[in-house]
Ligand binder design. Sequence first.
Ligand SMILES: [Zn+2]
Length: 181
Amino acid sequence: MVNRAWDVPKLFQLFGEELVNLIIKVDIQQSLEEDILELKFKLFGKNISAFCSAARYTDFMQEEVDHCFFKLKLNPQVELLVWRLCMNAIPTAYYLFFGRLADSNLCPRGCLEVENIDNCTTTCLKLLQVIRLLNSWGFSIPIFSTFLKCMKKLKSIAVRSPFLPKMYFIMLFFLVLIEIK
Ligand SMILES: [Zn+2]
């Protein structure tokens, strides 16, 4: 290399035309002070949608969670689970099955749905049963269709009243997440 660029004449002294053409296609990042390893493959056993999901929730975590839910003064165990949820770090049946660590990807609570983060936080039938029961006692716990919608709504509620978000997370802890923590 000369002046942080490929020395093409030198390359031609050492390699054939085909290989030189390949080498000079490798981008040289001028801003880097030294050579670094380039990440070309991620063999984490995740499919594309799992990567998208992880990125989506990780963004949410970085942008928002530290500003709101950690002010709810939750029990540390519950708070840890909320953090793990937002970091997409919960070993759901979907995740375990995909990694060949479980025989089934279905919800272990028997609702015959795939247990992913949406199922275990919002759509699991057992969870919905408990919400209906609590609401029959006079609470007003909303029902959500996805984890992301749930967190956004709970965040907006937490601004004026921390009670409902706290109750939702504690309910998740005892009903759903305690099985997979
Ligand atoms: Zn379920």
